[in-house]
Design a protein around this ligand. Structure first.
Ligand code: GTQ
Length: 350
């Protein structure tokens, strides 16, 4: 309500509100502008997390609690504008997970869908429905909703990855279910790499054949760094650069050509040294990982210095400008997949 009301009217209204509150009734006219804003005004704030700092605390946690005790040993990256909500944007969750040598994180499945983006370590795995995805730095591994997953680290070095989940979205819909498998480690029912070989090269097992085992709507779960990086490098050598994005590639679900999971889209981009993007804003608040390089992200009027392995978040409808001091490679994920299904997604290139 924009208008200023006479004092006596205000006093009478205040009395009315007090009387109706116990009945679960509140006046729309006091809340309308906030409920139906002219444009998004996210409670989330632009923010960056230094990987070195977060890693330090994660390793200290590793001294104090085992992965088995914790079930998942993760430090949540909580947006400073969303205190207490375990969220990095209103719809998304991010955390850094540590698996120490010899540990396993026990098998479970849930409605929430998850992605892992490997930050360091080589040779630990996530098992998805009985198939190990052996992980290397900057691999993307999915555990789509409803698929069994456990994690293990048979190597001699710690393994750390970023977990991206749609936990706040599922919480919003009050639609989450989770269960533990009765054993910690899922029986290995498929050879490592078999899904990538059979579903990841514009092929699929012959329908109805013995190998046709992955869920039809979500077959692929491993997008190796070596593959996406080769595509990005070749693109940078051959294609015109987009002024707002740099060279950018979106990960696709081969089942439908759409984003990787029903709620979550993921992409990578490359900015050559010295390149600066024009400002672009979109309604999908986005979490970024700096894979390589250094530079700066201007988010609205907030400048964040970027260096390798740092994580930063750009809230909905904040204009982002990126500047690459050295060649900058970024991974990003957002709720664009959900927004597009709901006809909510908008972007603006300035
Ligand atoms: O690895 O399954 O960071 O269920 C949060 C919830 C990781 C996981 C998280 C989870 C997981």
């Amino acid at each position: 309500m924009d208008k200023v009301l006479p004092n006596d009217q205000q006093a009478q209204l205040a009395g009315l509100y007090r009387a109706m509150a116990p009945e679960g009734l509140t006046p729309l006219w006091e809340a309308l502008a906030a409920l139906v804003p002219p444009q998004p005004s996210s409670p989330a704030l632009p923010n960056a997390w230094s990987y070195a700092t977060a890693r330090d605390f994660l390793m200290r946690a590793g001294d104090l609690i085992s992965a088995a005790q914790a079930e998942r040993r993760v430090l949540i990256l909580e947006n400073p504008g969303l205190a207490g909500q375990s969220s990095i944007t209103p719809s998304l969750y991010a955390g850094l997970q540590l698996i120490l040598p010899g540990e396993v994180a026990p098998c479970h499945r849930h409605t929430q869908c998850a992605l892992r983006f490997v930050m360091e370590g080589e040779g630990a795995y996530t098992t998805v429905d009985g198939e190990k995805a052996v992980m290397h730095p900057f691999d993307l591994v999915l555990t789509p909703g409803g698929q069994w997953h456990d994690h293990g680290n048979p190597t001699a070095e710690p393994m750390i990855w970023l977990d991206g989940l749609d936990i706040p979205t599922v919480r919003h819909f009050d639609a989450g279910f989770a269960e533990r498998l009765d054993v910690d480690v899922h029986p290995e029912t498929a050879a490592p790499g078999s899904t990538l070989a059979q579903y990841g090269r514009n092929l699929r097992p012959f329908p109805g054949s013995a190998a046709d085992r992955r869920p039809a709507h979500q077959p692929l779960f491993h997008y190796p760094y070596a593959d996406w990086r080769a595509s990005l490098d070749q693109m940078a050598a051959q294609a015109a650069i987009d002024p707002w994005l740099g060279h950018a590639l979106e990960f696709v679900n081969p089942a439908d050509g759409g984003p990787v999971m029903p709620t979550v889209a993921a992409h990578v981009r490359l900015l050559p040294a010295g390149f600066a993007t024009k400002p672009r804003r979109s309604t999908d608040g986005t979490v970024f990982v700096v894979v390589e390089g250094s530079g700066e992200a201007m988010i609205g009027d907030r400048a964040l210095a970027l260096s390798a392995r740092d994580i930063f978040v750009v809230p909905s409808w904040h204009a982002l400008r990126l500047r690459a001091d050295t060649r900058l490679v970024l991974f990003g994920y957002s709720d664009k997949a959900a927004q597009q299904k709901l006809n909510l997604f908008r972007e603006e290139r300035v």
